[in-house]
Ligand binder design. Structure first.
Ligand code: ADP
Ligand code: XUL
Length: 515
């Protein structure tokens, strides 16, 4: 049975694909958009409207409802008893808080009721802070002070204390709701939460997603006692074990066997974060390939031969699911910023694309810092005048120039923020929802002066999960699987058209605006 299932619970949707490792093909694919399918959760883009002090939360019950709808869709396409291995990935940093009923609940799920109905009473916090949350500035400072400063936190965890990371989020919960924290017996990431539900038992957190918590020591790849103490009391007992990517978390629980027809005993490989999973799904788990993902967030990442830290403090080191480490830079103002500009002018994506075709490279030196919500690369807070500077955008009347300014501004900023990785790629591998847009991809090629390639399989996060499961549970070679499944889409390669100097003036202006 060479069928393998990969799952992807990202910010705006839950997707899956099933691969056949013999024929090297995709057997089934499905995707469930949270906002479209579950409007009653009032989370149109997968998260609830921004709350007090920069809080951004999502309802974990929505993720469970989406998982069920997704599996229902897959069951309609193929026989799930043929699936020989499963793994998955979740949006990074988001955390789920569960009480002491959790383990018994997931071990005794009843197929007559939904997952979300049965798991709701286990939530000691009804909503989950996600990666867009910027409410934990004070907690970041407290953790840094307790551990010996930003450099000490960075040396231990691979990142300075950052608002969206799970440790500062846990600390804020402990401070603001000590009773809720006391009732919390288990804390999971989105990835390990969903993996646990599938296994019917507590699943470990892998080193790829775990390094996004400010709690994991990236030398030992295990929980760091100083970081745990600086974050919240008795935190260790609330966290699962840490595991390397090639670890079996458990097998499909009876609920999934009975309701969706999986074979009893189907092995589940530990889940990881969406970006580490995408590293594998893009065929980039060995050093040498650079990936840019244009999803809700824009991310820039690569497997690294050694651990390199960002001197500006905005970049991260995560575990590479294939072993070793990866570097990553995340930009909050990704697809939703492009949508903000598109929607201001009532454009659809075709008109947006045409606008890029009609305007010149360099946009006659008209620039925009396209930050519509607090940014992390570089750090721009809610009250920062640069963010307020987007008021000027309200006055920008020429739609086409504004669109080019937005897209060029995003990638000029990306280039400025990622120089620290010292990667001079000949090819950039592009993925995520916006990567199919040739006009946006061309700006990436021009700004970075590199070829841009898209792969034939578009869901690199779900594909990465399937490849990891196939390698770990079926004993297949991961790099061979990558070369079989991660092939460029014919005709998708774009060469840079602009000269290296075309963005010099704009880059200088943007660097000055952000200094
Ligand atoms: P995530 O995995 O973070 O949930 P995706 O990778 O699925 O997100 O990307 C979703 C985003 O892709 C949407 O927010 C949308 O802005 C963007 N997108 C979809 N189609 C296009 C297009 N033709 N051009 C540009 N962006 C697009
Ligand atoms: C990475 C990050 C985002 C989320 C959502 O650090 O915060 O990319 O993983 O995709």
């Amino acid at each position: 049975m060479p069928h393998v299932l990969g799952l992807d619970s990202s910010t705006q949707s839950c997707s899956a694909l099933i691969i056949d490792t013999d024929t090297q093909s995709i057997v089934a694919e499905a995707s469930v958009n949270f906002g479209d399918n579950f409007p009653t959760y009032a989370a149109p883009n997968g998260f609830m409207p921004i709350g007090a002090n920069g809080e951004v939360h999502s309802p974990p019950q929505m993720w469970l409802d989406a998982l069920e709808l997704l599996l229902e869709g897959l069951k309609g396409q193929c026989d799930l008893s043929q699936v020989a291995a499963i793994s998955g990935a979740g949006q990074q940093h988001g955390s789920v808080y569960l009480n002491d009923q959790w383990l018994n609940c997931i071990d005794t799920l009843d197929t007559a009721e939904s997952l979300s109905e049965q798991i709701a009473p286990c939530l000691s916090r009804s909503t989950s802070p996600i990666w867009m949350d910027t409410s934990t500035g004070a907690e970041c400072r407290e953790i840094a002070a307790a551990v010996g400063g930003d450099d000490a936190v960075c040396a231990k965890s691979g990142s300075i204390a950052i608002e969206r990371f799970t440790g500062p989020q846990i600390r804020r919960f402990f401070k603001n709701d000590p009773e809720g924290y006391a009732q919390t017996a288990h804390i999971h990431l989105v990835s390990s939460f969903l993996c646990s539900v599938l296994c019917g038992a507590d699943a470990p957190i892998d080193t790829g997603d775990g390094a996004g918590m400010n709690l994991l020591n990236i030398q030992a790849w295990d929980w760091d006692a100083d970081l745990l103490d600086a974050t919240a009391p008795e935190l260790r007992k609330r966290l699962p074990e840490v595991a390397q990517g090639a670890t079996t978390a458990g097998t499909a629980s009876d609920y999934f066997v009975q309701k969706y027809g999986f074979a009893a005993g189907t092995p589940i490989t530990v889940f990881t974060g969406d970006n580490p999973s995408s590293l594998v799904g893009m065929g980039a788990s060995q050093p040498g390939k650079l990936v840019v993902s244009l999803g809700t967030s824009d991310t820039f990442f690569a497997a690294m031969p050694g651990v390199v830290a960002d001197p500006q403090g905005c970049g991260h080191v995560f575990g590479n699911p294939a072993g070793g480490s990866m570097s990553l830079q995340c930009f909050v103002n990704g697809s939703l910023a492009r949508e903000e500009v598109k929607d201001k002018f009532d454009y659809d994506w075709d008109q947006f694309t045409a606008a890029l075709a009609k305007t010149p490279v360099g946009n006659n030196d008209q620039v925009m810092v396209p930050f519509f919500r607090p940014e992390i690369s570089p750090r721009v807070d809610l009250d920062d005048p640069v963010l307020k500077g987007s008021d000027a955008f309200e006055k920008w009347e020429q739609a086409d120039a504004a669109i080019r300014a937005c897209v060029e501004g995003q990638f000029i900023n990306m280039k400025l923020r990622t120089d620290w990785m010292q990667l001079k790629p000949e090819v950039i591998y592009l993925t995520g929802g916006a990567s199919k847009n040739d006009a946006i991809a061309q700006v990436v090629a021009d700004v970075f002066q590199a070829k841009v390639q898209r792969l034939a399989v578009s869901g690199s996060v779900a594909l990465g999960a399937a490849l990891r499961a196939a390698s770990h549970s079926l004993g297949l070679d991961l790099h061979e699987l990558e070369s079989q499944f991660c092939k460029p889409e014919a005709g998708s390669t774009l060469e840079p058209k602009a000269s290296a100097e075309a963005y010099a003036a704009s880059a200088e202006t943007i660097a000055k605006l952000l200094s």
